[in-house]
Design a protein around this ligand. Structure first.
Ligand code: HEM
Length: 411
C-alpha cells in the first residue's frame, strides 16, 4: 500500500498541520486561490487545486482525472488479498465499472425511498436527545447526537446490529484518520490494513448469514448481487461495498450536524426561530453549512493523461487533490463567499462532490441533518458554544470537531 493510504489524502499540507489552521483553513485557501491556484507540493508529492471551476473539473472529468489510486506512479499494490478492499469500491473506480457497482445499491438511496423512514429517524434522534437534554443546560452535540445518530441509521439500513455501533465508529474513525505526527508511514499503513481485515471478517459472517436468510436490507441486496449468475459483484467487491457504506456516511454526517450547530451558534438569535418554524429554511441552511463548513474538504484523483491547468503541466500518474473546502469559498462563484448566509440561493456548492462520484448518500445525509437538527431545536433555546477549545477531527479530508460542548436553555 502506498504510504499515502488508499485515498491518497492522508498527508495534510504543512500549512494546515497545527490545530488552529485545520479548524479554520479558509485564510490559507484564499491565499492559495490568489497566489498558487494550481500548485505542486513536493513535500506531499501531490498537486493541489483550489479554484471552484478547476475543482469541479477535476471531480467531473473522469477521462483526464481517474478516481483509481492504482493509476498513480507511486502506488504499491497491497500484499495480501483483503487489504485493499476499499480500492474495489465505486469510490475508487472509473466508468464503466463504477456505474455497474453503484447501480447495485443506487435505488436504496433515492429520496422517495428514504422519505418513508423519516418518522422512524425522528424517533431515533428524539430518543438520543431525550437522554442528553436536561436541566443542567449542557450537552456534547457530537457525542450525544451527531455521532450515534448516523451510525445507528446506516447500521439499520445495512441490516447489521445497531448494538455493534461502538465497533463501527472505531472502524470508521480509523479509516478516515490521518497518520499521527509520531507514527511512521509503515505503522499507519499497518493500522489501515488491520482495520480493513477486521471489517472484512465481520462482514463475511454477516454475508453468510444473509445468504441463508435474506431480509429487506442493503446486505441482502449486496448478497443477491454477489450470487447472481454472471457475478455482478465478486466476493471482494461485496465486502468492499459493505465497508464503504458503513464508513462513508458516518463521520461525514456527524460533522455536517456538528458544523451546522457551530454555524447556528454564531448566527442571529432570530435564525433559530425561523429554522424551527420552516422546514424549507432549515434545508436551505443545511446546504449553506455544506458550503461554508464542508464536512469533506478534499478529494483525490490521479491524472490519467498529461493536462495543463492555469499554466502548470500535470503529468499522467501524478496525484491531484481537489480542495472542495476552498472551491466552496471562491467568490467567483459565491457572493460574499466568506459569510454564512443561511438563506443563500442558488447554492451550487461542491460539498457532495460533482459528476460521476456525486455522493450516493446525499439524500440520506440531508434527511439525517434536517431531522437531527430540527429535533435538537425543538428541545433547546438560545444555544451557544462554551469556552472549551475545539479539537479538529483527526483526518486530512473530513472537517469538523471531535466534540462540541454547548450550553442552552431548555424549551
Ligand atoms: C461520495 C461527501 C454522506 C456514501 C462522496 C463524495 C463526497 C461525499 C464529496 C465524492 C467523492 C469523490 O468525488 O471522489 C459526503 C458528505 C456527507 C456524505 C459531506 C455527509 C454530510 C454520505 C452517506 C453515505 C455516503 C450518508 C451513505 C452511506 C457515499 C458513497 C460515495 C460518496 C458510496 C461514492 C459515490 C461514487 O463513487 O459514485 N460523498 N458524503 N456519503 N458518498 Fe458521501
Amino acid at each position: 500500500m502506498s504510504s499515502a493510504g488508499p485515498s491518497g489524502l492522508q498527508a495534510v499540507p504543512r500549512a494546515l498541520r497545527d490545530r488552529e489552521s485545520w479548524l479554520e483553513p479558509f485564510d490559507w485557501y484564499r491565499r492559495m486561490r490568489e497566489e498558487a491556484p494550481v500548485r505542486y507540493d513536493a513535500d506531499r508529492q501531490t498537486w493541489d487545486v483550489f479554484l471552484y471551476e478547476d475543482v469541479k473539473r477535476v471531480l467531473n472529468d473522469d477521462e483526464t482525472f481517474s478516481a483509481d489510486p492504482r493509476e498513480a506512479d507511486d502506488f504499491v499494490e497491497p500484499e495480501e488479498p483483503g487489504e485493499g478492499l476499499i480500492l474495489d469500491t465505486m469510490l475508487f473506480k472509473d466508468p464503466p465499472r463504477h456505474d455497474e457497482l453503484r447501480g447495485v445499491v443506487d435505488e436504496w438511496f433515492q429520496p422517495r425511498r428514504l422519505r418513508d423512514r423519516e418518522p422512524h429517524f425522528r424517533d431515533l434522534a428524539g430518543e438520543l436527545l431525550d437522554d442528553a437534554v436536561g436541566a443542567e443546560g449542557r450537552m456534547d452535540v457530537v457525542g450525544d447526537l451527531a455521532s450515534p445518530f448516523p451510525v445507528t441509521v446506516i447500521a439499520e439500513l445495512l441490516g447489521v446490529p445497531p448494538s455493534d455501533r461502538d465497533r463501527f465508529k472505531t472502524w470508521s474513525d480509523a479509516l478516515v484518520a490521518a497518520a499521527s505526527d509520531d507514527e511512521g508511514a509503515e505503522a499507519y499503513a499497518d493500522r489501515q490494513r488491520q482495520t480493513q481485515m477486521e471489517m472484512a471478517q465481520y462482514f463475511l459472517e454477516m454475508i453468510e448469514s444473509r445468504r441463508e436468510e435474506p431480509r429487506d436490507d442493503l446486505l441482502s441486496v449486496i448478497v443477491t448481487a454477489e450470487s447472481e449468475g454472471g457475478g455482478r459483484l465478486s466476493r471482494e467487491e461485496a465486502l468492499g461495498m459493505c465497508i464503504l457504506l458503513l464508513v462513508a456516511g458516518n463521520i461525514t454526517t456527524t460533522n455536517l450536524v456538528a458544523n451546522a450547530v457551530r454555524c447556528f451558534a454564531d448566527a442571529d438569535a432570530d435564525l433559530l426561530d425561523e429554522l424551527r418554524a420552516d422546514d424549507r429554511a432549515l434545508e436551505r441552511a443545511v446546504e449553506e453549512v455544506l458550503r461554508y463548513r464542508s464536512p469533506v474538504q478534499a478529494m483525490s484523483r490521479v491524472a490519467a493523461e498529461p493536462v495543463t491547468m492555469r499554466g502548470e503541466t500535470i503529468e499522467a500518474g501524478d496525484r491531484v487533490i481537489a480542495w472542495i473546502g476552498s472551491a466552496n469559498r471562491d467568490d467567483c462563484q459565491f457572493a460574499s463567499a466568506e459569510t454564512f448566509r443561511p438563506d443563500r440561493s442558488p447554492n451550487q456548492h461542491l460539498g457532495f462532490g460533482h459528476g460521476t462520484h456525486y455522493c450516493l448518500g446525499a439524500p440520506l445525509a440531508r434527511l439525517e441533518a434536517k431531522v437531527g437538527l430540527s429535533e435538537l431545536l425543538d428541545r433547546v433555546e438560545r444555544l451557544r458554544l462554551t469556552d472549551e477549545p475545539l479539537q479538529p477531527t483527526r483526518s486530512s479530508f473530513v472537517y469538523g470537531v471531535e466534540s462540541l460542548p454547548i450550553r442552552y436553555d431548555e424549551r
